[in-house]
Design a protein around this ligand. Structure first.
Ligand code: IPE
Ligand code: IPE
Ligand code: MG
Length: 251
């Protein structure tokens, strides 16, 4: 039995949007955990811990308004540049969060998919992600792409390599390559184009998140550190999104 999301603890209800004002695919750059912790004189890791509740509140708020796909940037291919202590913490933390939250996500009808590279990623993180994928495979309320060890350029290079291999083996004709064919090599599972790209913390950059999928995304940057985010911040971003005129190159 699928349960409905619990309302926000403040009792806040989502604003009234028409269906066309709701993005199908929301990309989330969950940034600002370290600064949130530093402001409080806490270790950076405390900021990551505080960010967990933010993600799952945003997911409930996304379900409430009818968003169908959320991609959450949890660990980038560039985050290996951090101190060994922080990397180690983030690996263990991702593993634990996925284990801790997957039943709840399953109850909400959320389908979890892992998007990222296996290279260097802890085996235990992959195991938990695969376990979550299996558990939630039949769900269809919302798809949650957990982007762990994800990098946009890495994804494109991997796709190009797989494509070149198929051409070399005679499985794909050179003149049949087009955007649609190329996109099939990006992820095993098809990810839709991003409609709303939302980044917290006030930084105005994409940091290698979903470049292929976001070429026509509406960009919204919020001046809130990730641990302070909840579904009401998402809804504010949706109000901004609703004002945008999307043209896709047309008039
Ligand atoms: C985002 O917060 C979490 C990850 C990148 C894993 P940061 O850790 O980047 O926090 P800031 O940007 O240093 O404040
Ligand atoms: C992007 O944030 C990656 C994640 C949120 C996982 P970063 O904090 O790593 O990005 P930069 O370094 O500010 O560009
Ligand atoms: Mg950051």
């Amino acid at each position: 039995m699928i349960r409905k999301p619990k309302p926000h603890r403040s009792g806040a209800l989502p604003p009234n949007f028409s269906k066309s004002q709701i993005p199908n695919h929301l990309a989330l750059v969950m940034d600002g955990n370290g600064r949130w912790a530093q402001e409080r004189g806490l270790p950076r890791t405390a900021g990551h811990e505080a960010g967990e509740a933010a993600l799952f509140d945003v997911i409930e708020g996304a379900i409430e308004v009818g968003i169908r796909e959320v991609s959450a940037f949890a660990f980038s291919t560039e985050n290996w540049r951090r101190s060994p202590e922080e990397v180690k913490f983030l690996m263990g933390f991702n593993r634990d969060v996925i284990r801790r939250r997957r039943d709840e996500m399953n109850e909400l009808g959320v389908r979890i998919r892992w998007v990222g590279r296996p290279k260097r990623l802890w085996k235990s993180v992959i195991t938990e992600l695969e376990e979550a994928e299996k558990l939630t495979a039949e769900n269809s309320v919302l798809t949650l792409n957990m982007c762990v060890n994800y990098g946009g350029r890495a994804e494109i290079v991997d796709a190009a390599t797989a494509l070149a291999t198929d051409v070399k083996r005679g499985k794909l004709k050179l003149d049949s390559i087009n955007e649609k064919v190329f996109a099939r090599y990006l992820n095993e599972q098809k990810m839709s184009d991003v409609d709303l790209f939302l980044r917290s913390s006030g930084e105005l950059r994409t940091s290698n998140f979903l470049p292929w999928q976001s070429v026509y995304a509406e960009m919204v940057f919020m001046d809130v550190l990730w641990p302070d985010v909840d579904r009401r911040v998402l809804w504010r971003a949706l109000e901004e999104y609703a004002k945008r005129e999307r043209r896709f190159g047309g008039v």
